[in-house]
Ligand binder design. Structure first.
Ligand code: DAH
Length: 347
């Protein structure tokens, strides 16, 4: 019995041709095999026209329905073929597809990044972490005792002038430096102490290219029996070499802070001109990176440490200035104005 001599059989044949052909069209990997598929199914002697020749044997009253189905299959296959032709063309000529250049980098959504000052703070903490320092934190709203008195700064001392700040009620103020965290940690813990305290500080400073009324500091404090100036220098040298590079030189300049004695400002050889003198180092070849010194025994007394038994060193640095140097950021305000163009570079 011929498969095509009844309408029901013809419908089945057409349906299996449709399914098989669609699969073959989709599976054709290039235009040559697609053409072969076209000939096999839609060619003059193809499966479809051979199936259609069976229409003759369908009873007259059922012929229109069978013919309709045959046309639908033909159309479906022709459409699928055209689509596949386009697809294959697109695959073989990626750069010209639909007027787009597929070799362009994708449009990426910026998901945020780590702020350059945070990068610097984290690196400082990591390096001192290698020397046994851990992170500590204190409040931004401080008592005047922690901010000044415990640190041997009488409120009417000229050293307090630099720390003109924003006063709140009840002897509270916005801390002018991270040094009060020293007092907080020592009130809580017995020596040995080795901490770094990064955080925001506030001063009645102008807002210009090199100043901001709110900025970060990183405080360091080491207290133990037998800590001397040599250990202090060694720690700072270690940090400077790790952070700025092994050829960076360090210079200690005598200075004054009420909470250290002796006190020093630490300079590093300019990382931009390597010491020969440029605009960044104001032609001196040196750049100041921190205030520091051996902890004043008066501070130990204030927090209840035995100042005969313990010694230590402390320092405070400004990571925003360091970030500006390291990343060549010309204006401190760029760091505080959520300038996405700047921040994106640190993603
Ligand atoms: N607190 C000082 C300031 O804000 C910086 C400083 C200097 C911190 C010397 C220290 C230090 O711990 O020993 O200017």
């Amino acid at each position: 019995m011929s498969l095509r001599d009844e309408q029901g059989d013809l419908r089945e044949t057409l349906e299996s041709i449709r399914i098989e052909a669609l699969e073959a069209i989709q599976g054709a990997a290039d235009s040559e095999s697609l053409e072969e598929v076209r000939i096999r199914f839609l060619g003059r002697n193809g499966l479809l026209s051979r199936a259609l020749s069976g229409l003759r044997d369908v009873p007259a009253e059922k012929r229109p329905q069978a013919g309709k189905k045959a046309n639908q299959v033909k159309q479906t296959l022709e459409t699928a073929l055209e689509r596949r032709v386009d697809e294959l063309a697109a695959l073989s000529k990626p750069a010209q597809t639909a007027g787009s250049d597929l070799t362009l980098p994708g449009r990426r959504q910026w998901r945020g990044g780590v702020h350059p000052v945070t990068l610097v703070i984290d690196e400082i903490c990591e390096i001192f972490g290698e020397l046994g320092f851990t992170r500590a934190a204190g409040p931004e709203v401080e008592t005047d005792w922690h901010n000044f008195t415990a640190l041997n700064i009488p409120l009417d001392h000229p050293a307090a002038d630099m720390h003109d700040t924003f006063y709140l009620d009840d002897g509270l103020l916005l801390r002018t430096h991270t040094s009060p965290v020293q007092a907080r940690v020592m009130m809580e813990h017995e020596p040995p102490v080795r901490i770094l305290a990064p955080g925001m500080v506030f001063r009645r400073d102008p807002y210009d290219a090199s100043h901001a009324p709110a900025f970060e500091q990183v405080e360091g404090l080491a207290v133990d029996e037998g800590i001397d100036f040599i250990e202090f220098r060694a720690a700072i040298d270690y940090f400077v070499h790790r952070f700025f590079g092994p050829s960076t030189r360090t210079r200690f300049r005598p200075s004054y802070f009420p909470f250290t004695e002796p006190s020093a400002e630490v300079d590093v050889s300019c990382i931009i001109c390597e010491g020969s003198g440029c605009a960044a180092c104001k032609r001196t070849g040196w750049i100041e990176i921190m205030g520091s010194g051996m902890v004043n025994p008066a501070v130990f007394e204030a927090v209840g440490y035995d100042s005969e038994r313990y010694t230590g060193y402390a320092f405070g640095m400004g990571p925003a200035r360091i970030a500006m140097l390291r990343y060549r950021i010309p204006d401190i305000r760029l760091l505080y104005e959520a300038d996405v163009g700047l921040l994106e570079q640190f993603a």
